[in-house]
Design a protein around this ligand. Structure first.
Ligand code: PLZ
Length: 445
């Protein structure tokens, strides 16, 4: 690293000027208690001042390597110049009209681009909303309208958001404690979790299908929703063949197969959508998070005959498909199409796989290493019992924060460390993070 690199912010190392959190962050945190609702947590209460590439810098001047990207949002890097320029130009041109009042071209263009890039050659339609949870809600709404059926199935360890319907779909009860009553006719069925169930894709799919047929009944089932790799659930990668078997069963039985690609989509796993990597062509594909480089936007894209079941005037929302977010999204599509981002995601995946497997040989607390592209994780389990090592993941994340590395945890048992780095993260930066994690694991043992 040359002095020039260091000065220009290209240095690979985090730099800490104060303790973490520093005095300014602590003061803001104290102020926050008197104005921000208690129900809003913050994983690490360092208050961010600015961000660039894989870096976030807090109000105390501490610069952290961000390996979470705001939970998988700034995939193409914080402050991507093309996305910012497109959003800034749009902001000046027109900020809002509401597509359902007076439409604009960007909305149509983004629908066209999603039709091109989501799996499958069939005719497609899209609809835009503000958040992932809204995309989930609307997909269910559309699937019910199309099928005329009432029930919806989600998988064990699923996470689909924080609105009322999504709360009914999530695996973890804690997201919804005290917030009920919840929507009826939402069912959860077993997933494929190779590290825990030891089943092949075919066996796991049969188990899921048995539940669907016996406990819900095919004629009442409108949709099955699945994250191709489960995000909040702990980066659970299904066994080969699992998702194609479910898709095939859904097609055969007139059930809408919805892929929640909110965390996995848009280049994260080294392809446009993770579904491609598993050989599935979902009926509906949900997008959000990384689609607009940090601006709020979500999409539902899918088979024309399913999407168009919803009558005119039944899909909408004031801010859905906001022109500024759409402009940023179109820039994201251009960046992914013309840049090296897919290759970078694959490079990051290979590096993480190799580094984490190496750590696993030396640290028996690491029970499993899994992921695809720039979506990798390790699961921490007690070496003797293989039971979730409670507290280990948060201890590692806390240790890393003290070294200037932002790590996210995941998993229904909160025993997973997940990596969602920006695709601008270098191998050298990953090496620095691995060294910190290595020391954290040694300290734990
Ligand atoms: N589906 C697969 O990962 C959001 C949750 C953050 P929204 N995951 C981050 C939090 O603490 O709530 C997510 C997801 C998948 C749906 C959602 C929901 O997307 O944009 O947060 O509503």
């Amino acid at each position: 690293m040359s002095p020039l690199d260091v000065l220009s912010g290209r240095s690979s190392a985090p730099s800490l000027r104060t303790e973490v959190p520093g005095p300014r962050s602590r003061a803001l945190h104290e102020r926050r208690q008197r104005s921000v609702a208690r129900g809003v947590g913050s994983v690490l209460p360092i208050y961010i001042d600015h961000a660039d590439g894989p870096w976030v810098t807090d109000v105390d001047g501490n610069r952290f390597l961000d390996l979470g990207s705001g939970i998988g949002v700034t995939t193409i890097g914080h402050g991507n110049p093309a996305a910012i320029a497109a959003a800034a130009a749009q902001l000046e041109q027109v900020t809002h009209t509401l597509f359902t009042v007076t439409p604009y071209e960007g909305y149509v263009r983004l629908a066209e681009r999603l039709a091109e890039k989501t799996p499958g050659e069939h005719e497609k339609r899209s609809f835009f909303a503000n958040s992932g949870a809204e995309a989930v809600e609307n997909a269910v709404k559309i699937a019910r309208r199309h099928t005329g059926r009432r029930a919806v199935a989600a998988l064990d360890h699923a996470f689909h958001g924080r609105t009322n319907l999504a709360l009914a779909m999530n695996h973890k009860a804690a997201y919804g404690t005290g917030f009920g009553p919840f929507a009826p006719d939402v069912h959860r069925v077993p997933n494929s979790y190779p590290y825990r169930d030891g089943l092949t894709g075919e066996q796991a799919a049969q188990r899921t299908i048995d539940h669907l047929e016996q406990r819900i009944g095919v004629t009442d089932l409108a949709a099955l929703i699945a994250e191709p790799i489960q995000g909040e659930g702990g980066f659970v990668v299904p066994a080969d063949g699992y998702l194609p078997a479910l898709q095939e069963w859904c097609t055969r039985n007139g059930v809408v197969f919805i892929a929640d690609e909110i965390q996995t989509g848009l280049g994260r796993t080294g392809t446009w959508f993770a579904s491609e990597g598993f050989g599935v062509v979902p009926d509906l594909v949900l997008t959000a998070k990384g689609i607009a480089a940090g601006l709020p936007l979500a999409g539902v894209t899918g088979r024309a005959e399913i999407m168009d079941a919803a009558d005119p005037g039944t899909l909408g929302g004031t801010f859905g498909g906001n022109p500024v977010s759409i402009a940023a999204a179109l820039a994201v599509f251009d960046e992914l199409e013309h840049g090296d981002f897919f290759a970078e995601a694959s490079r990051i995946g290979e590096r993480l796989e190799q580094q984490l497997n190496d750590l696993a040989t030396r640290h028996p607390l690491i029970g499993d290493v899994r992921g695809r592209g720039a979506m990798y994780a390790f699961e921490l389990t007690e070496p003797e019992t293989s039971r979730p090592a409670a507290g280990a993941a948060s201890a590692i994340a806390a240790f890393a924060a003290q070294e200037g590395i932002l790590l996210l945890t995941a998993g229904s048992d909160a025993n997973v460390i997940r990596f969602l780095p920006t695709l601008t993260t270098t191998d050298q930066q990953l090496d620095i993070a691995m060294d910190v994690i290595d020391r954290a694991l040694t300290a734990l043992a």
